[in-house]
Ligand binder design. Structure first.
Ligand code: ATP
Ligand code: MG
Length: 400
């Protein structure tokens, strides 16, 4: 079976991609400079973030380093093109001004996420680091600024864990084991039962684990953290997991991945905060009603990590009615805009809605027909191919 799906690239080994001349010029695009048609250069996630920013939706500011840079990086033997980090500093300067915070500033620190995003979705293949920019000083600043020491310690614990796993390649289970042991000792059932002191200790244990495993100290300079995370995303493009996935799915190896650097927003800042994922309509039936789940007081990955059981999105209507209505309006608008059902990621920080991702959602043929009719559009928006292919239960993700 593997032979049937293997491409020429596997038989010869993946070739280092060649940089594309025309697109290689502008390496970094602020979200508001791009648009939906730029998936080749900005990746699916970057193009979605750009489009949502362009039409005025609430998207945390950020920028995309293009897929062409990834290809150039690989063609140069895993070396950044000269001057890339200067351009990153300039782009991050714009984000700092928009957010009124500074990267690495102990009094008022900006934190960012570093998110991979190729033209086509590669679920589970490439990763995202949240809360980047934390060290002992910015951690104190974050605690003082938010008046919530536990929140700051939790953000730091998560950052050390994600960075350790994704960027420094320490096996994820080793962090989970330490976390579980600490929970046992503290008599805690859920992560949320752990106090600030426990979380501080866990982060310390995580750093010691990283040093034991890799023989390096955890990087404290936010700029070094950022450079390492960008590099890790580029490296993951030619990693075995990603190469195998592309061979299997016949995705070309020379597309490259973009890197999105985006100001963090926090769904874990108390009862008025939340994070979730939702389709703009029911993917099985096509019924025009938000379909998804969310978690109050949680950060992005909690919804998919299975640590806590998410609530159906409909409950948000009772818990956060104003935000729910706004999210409904955004979802309808995006569906009309893209003329297709969308799969959305969002976060609510202290009552404010932030959009973090939009992409075409997969649905059944029945739903495609219903959606096409209910939008009063021609039936041509669901292709015969999609009707043939989409039988059985809906699966979550299409292209990112
Ligand atoms: N700047 C940010 N602020 C808050 N949450 C974020 C931010 N960036 C990413 N997240 C959240 O972190 C999680 C992981 O992000 P991301 O979308 O990059 O990867 P993914 O959803 O795991 O995979 P995929 O690439 O398929 O989307 C998501 O829940 C996302 O909404
Ligand atoms: Mg996502």
């Amino acid at each position: 079976m593997a032979t049937r799906t293997r491409t020429r690239a596997t038989r010869r080994g993946p070739r280092a991609p060649r940089p594309r001349q025309a697109s290689a010029r502008k390496r970094i695009w602020l979200f508001e400079e791009g648009n939906a048609s730029m998936r080749d250069l900005l990746g699916g996630k970057g193009a979605g973030l750009a489009e949502m920013s362009r039409v005025g939706l609430p998207v945390p500011p950020g920028f995309t380093i293009t897929t062409a840079v990834c290809n150039e990086y690989n063609a140069r033997g895993r070396t950044f093109p000269p001057g890339l980090m200067d351009e990153v500093r300039r782009a991050l300067g714009v984000v700092e001004r928009r957010m009124g915070k500074r990267f690495g500033d102990p009094r008022n620190p900006l934190l960012v996420s570093v998110r991979s995003g190729a033209k086509f979705s590669m679920p589970g293949m490439m990763d995202t680091v949240l809360n980047l920019g934390l060290n002992e000083e910015t951690l104190r600043g974050l605690g003082a600024l938010t008046g919530d020491e536990r929140f700051a310690q939790d953000a730091h614990r998560r950052f050390v864990q994600m960075f350790g796993k994704i960027v420094l390649d320490v096996p994820g289970e080793k962090f989970e084991e330490l976390l579980a042991a600490r929970k046992r000792r503290a008599g805690a059932t859920l992560d949320t039962d752990l106090g600030a002191g426990d979380l501080r200790e866990i982060a310390r244990e995580f750093k010691a684990l990283i040093t034991r495993e890799k023989g390096v100290e955890f990087p404290t300079d936010p700029w070094v953290q950022l450079e390492m995370a960008i590099r890790a995303v580029f490296d993951s493009w030619m990693g075995k997991r990603a190469v195998d996935y592309r061979n299997f799915n016949k995705i070309p190896h020379d597309l490259g991945t973009a890197v999105n650097v985006q100001a963090m927003v926090f769904g874990n800042m108390g009862a008025e905060s939340a994070t979730g994922v939702a389709f703009t309509r029911n993917p099985a039936t096509g019924e025009k009603r938000l379909y998804g789940e969310y978690l109050p007081n949680a950060q992005g990955e909690d919804v998919v990590a299975g640590i806590r059981t998410p609530h159906p999105i409909a409950e948000m209507e009772r818990e956060l009615p104003g935000v729910y209505r706004q999210f409904q309006a955004v979802a309808s608008m995006l569906e009309r805009h893209y003329k297709d059902m969308q799969d959305l990621e969002f976060t609510v920080e202290r009552g404010k809605l932030w959009m973090l991702q939009t992409r075409a959602g997969k649905r059944t043929a029945q739903a495609a027909v219903k959606a096409a009719w209910s939008r009063s559009r021609s039936i041509s928006s669901c292709s015969p191919d999609s009707i043939r292919k989409t039988r059985g239960p809906p699966s979550a993700r299409a292209s990112s």
